[in-house]
Write a protein that binds this ligand. Structure first.
Ligand SMILES: *[C@@H]1O[C@H](CO)[C@@H](O)[C@H](O)[C@H]1NC(C)=O
Length: 165
């Protein structure tokens, strides 16, 4: 009687172990990885040869902390984004499901526009000028162990413009 109950306990343990192991094997997908940076760079460069020119902004350091609307235009600055009547600055637009993951974009500092160095007119509006730029968007498809990326165009703000309401 004691031996019989011991046996059925062992059987039970084996059954549980086998079931759990099987579930683990069946539930495991083949691992899919991101292509390397070099590979993604080559993929987009192959499809849009001059894509760098559309995306990269040289000599621009994006803001870590976003700027607020200034009380006055900085007339001593050499930068067009500071002296424009619809001033703007730059920040990072980040998307981990895209290549390039980081793109520098403009953002408008004020709602209205300056009509004099210290005068903002709220009947005018600062609006970003958007440009379509090529990126690779990650898909869920896996080919030979790597995620497929497809070419698409996303709108990225380049600078700000002043508009009538
Ligand atoms: C104006 O711009 C200049 C040059 O970019 C900068 O050095 C200065 O700090 C700015 N002044 C203000 C008040 O933001």
């Amino acid at each position: 009687m004691l031996i019989k109950s011991f046996c059925s306990q062992v059987e039970m343990i084996i059954w549980v172990a086998v079931t759990v192991t099987c579930h683990l094997c069946l539930g495991r997908h083949t691992p899919c990885r991101d292509p390397s940076e070099e590979d993604l760079e080559a993929q987009i460069g192959h499809r849009v040869p001059a894509y760098h020119l559309l995306i990269e902004k040289e000599n621009i350091t994006p803001d870590r902390e976003l700027k607020k609307c200034p009380n006055a235009l900085n007339q001593t600055s050499d930068l067009i984004q500071d002296t424009s009547i619809s001033p703007w600055s730059f920040r990072v637009n980040e998307d981990p499901e895209r290549y390039p993951r980081k793109i520098i974009e403009a953002y408008c500092l004020c709602k209205g526009c300056f009509t004099a160095p210290t005068e903002q007119d709220k009947s005018l509006i600062s609006e970003p000028f958007l440009m379509s730029v090529p990126v690779l968007q990650k898909t869920r498809r896996c080919v030979k162990g790597h995620y497929k990326y497809r070419l698409r165009y996303v709108k990225i703000a380049q600078f700000c413009n002043c508009h009538l309401l």
